[in-house]
Design a protein around this ligand. Structure first.
Ligand code: NAD
Length: 501
């Protein structure tokens, strides 16, 4: 029986009225297991109104009280980790361990948000002029909205709303219509943690819902995570409507393998980073740039049998190392890229296309694929494939490898594997990339630092979570105050320097 999902508005489950639904699949079996209602503009406006009505009281709630809600939310997330991970895997397809890891990454952002009283402390300068003090505070923006992708249906929303709420904003979340259940469950847990109704609302939907959030005058800020084409549209439309927008987008993450790298460590790292979560991570390594033919030969020789032996299976099998991709449409798109790679002359060393799992013939499974001798003009190099496909590119030296990283349109993450401190330091300094790993394949920053790419991997000024998150979800106000105890300055008609107030 297919379950019909709902929206979550004003602290309550609300049935969709549009009559339009998005199919939510179990990617391992190919079955439609749930139907997500796709909100009308009116339903989205109801969620915005609910958030706007809840804002004044929530903004006036002392930060330490807001933090207490976050502390209780954290405990509930731990208590419900297994359930959340199972829900996540059932709609996304990733392995249970991987799902738990991603929820735990989200919990770490909640832990960061628990420190909000300290994070919101302002600055104070006493006596900047005679009897004049200057101080600044950060105040919440109002109603903020989050539009999130399918690949991390719990973690990415938790990059956003814990920080936004802790700062004193209210929030409308529009999760991916492909796997919306985690977003709904997180909202319920927050109510259980003591969050007042209306402070966090969840609307399911597609472009109609997103366009309403982008243009409604009561929405002050938009956080988006998803593909570059949509992110650029979100950024342009949201900014044109006068909103603060951050849009974290697509990626093509390179790993440079230097001739002196520890090859055993490198191959282990590539396996997890390229094929974990079936490559559906914005920080997945999709290009390994081997410096020198000997390095490339050794890398490919060691990788090929490992890729061939990947245990691909459903999340219900504890031995699975990699699950299916999210939809049949994704599977077909990825297979199209594999065909284009072959047609453009890359060498397909491991072909995962014929994988078939007994009992799961209708699932969206694809075995790991490995291409060698990929060159920069090929579509499999330029485009984000977002599947379990790794391209090995051969560079003659480090400078050529760095040139590839810096020449690519995306700049999310990149890693270098080497024992050479000079090369590592030079790479960290000169790569045009937002997040760098040195012998770390997926350099996702911890929650108290901030996540974000460069170039066409991010539109906007702020990265997400950490102090950048606090800055994004607050605005600075600066007061200059004189308490005159008998001081007369007389009327002043000229603009004064700071010390002459
Ligand atoms: P997507 O862009 O298709 O969807 C993201 C969100 O936008 C969803 O909520 C979706 O409903 C909405 N959306 C889709 N089409 C829209 C339209 N025409 N108008 C308005 N809204 C629309 O992305 P996805 O396939 O769900 O996620 C995968 C992408 O997300 C990859 O490109 C990946 O790199 C990226 N991603 C980036 C980061 C990062 O931090 N940079 C993190 C995770 C995922």
């Amino acid at each position: 029986m297919t379950q019909e999902l709902h929206h979550f508005i004003g602290g309550e489950k609300v049935k969709g009225t549009s009559g339009r639904f998005g199919d939510v699949f179990n990617p391992a079996t190919g079955e439609v297991i749930r139907k997500a209602p796709l909100a009308t503009a009116g339903e989205v406006r109801a969620a915005i109104k609910s958030a706007a009505a809840a804002w004044p009281a929530w903004a006036a709630t002392p930060p330490a009280r807001r933090a207490q809600v976050m502390f209780r939310f954290r405990d509930l997330l731990h208590a419900n980790l297994e359930e959340l991970a199972t829900l996540l895997s059932s709609e996304h397809g990733k392995t249970l361990d991987d799902a738990k890891g991603s929820v735990t990454r989200g919990i770490e952002v909640v832990e960061f948000a628990c420190g909000i009283p300290h994070l919101l402390k302002g600055e104070y300068s006493e006596g900047v002029a005679a009897a004049v003090d200057c101080y600044s505070v950060r105040q919440p923006l109002g109603v903020c909205a989050g539009i999130t992708p399918f690949n991390f249906p719990a973690m990415v929303p938790m990059w956003m709303f814990p920080v936004a709420l802790a700062c004193g904003n209210t929030f409308v979340l529009k999760p991916s219509e492909k796997d919306p259940s985690c977003g709904l469950r997180l909202a319920e847990l927050l109510i259980e943690a003591g969050l007042p109704a209306g402070v966090l609302n969840v609307v399911n939907g597609d472009k109609e819902a997103v366009d309403t959030l982008l243009t409604d005058p009561e929405v002050a800020a938009i956080s988006f995570v998803g593909s570059t084409a949509i992110g650029q549209y979100i950024y342009a439309t949201g900014c044109a409507a006068g909103k603060r927008v951050q849009a974290l987008c697509g990626a093509k993450n390179h790993m440079i393998v230097m001739p002196d790298a520890d090859m055993g460590q490198t191959v282990d790292a590539v396996m997890g980073a390229a094929y974990g979560s079936a490559g559906e991570r914005c920080m997945a390594i999709s290009v390994a740039v081997a410096v020198g033919d000997e390095t490339a030969d050794e890398l490919v020789k060691r990788l090929a049998p490992r890729v061939q032996a990947l245990k691909v299976g459903p999340y219900t099998d504890a031995d699975s190392e990699m699950g299916p991709v999210v939809t049949r449409e994704s599977l077909d798109r990825i297979k199209g890229y594999i065909e284009s790679g072959i047609a453009e002359g890359a060498e397909l060393v491991v072909d995962g296309r014929d994988l078939s799992l007994q009992g799961y013939e209708d699932g969206f499974f694809l075995g790991g694929c490995l291409f060698d001798r990929v060159t920069p003009g090929m579509k499999i190099y330029t485009d984000e494939i977002f599947g379990p496909v790794l391209s090995v590119v051969r560079a003659k030296d480090y400078d050529e490898a760095l040139g590839l990283v810096n020449g690519h349109e995306y700049g999310n993450g990149a890693a270098i594997f080497t024992r050479d401190g000079d090369a590592a330091r030079d790479f960290a300094s000169r790569a045009s990339i937002g997040m760098i790993g040195v012998n770390v394949p997926i350099p996702v920053p911890v929650a108290f630092h901030s996540f974000g790419g460069w170039k066409r991997s991010l539109f906007g000024d702020h990265h997400i979570h950490g102090m950048e998150g606090v800055r994004f979800y607050t605005r600075l106000k600066t007061m200059t105050a004189r308490w005159p105890s008998g001081i007369r300055t007389g009327a002043q008609f000229n603009f004064k320097s700071g010390s002459e107030h």
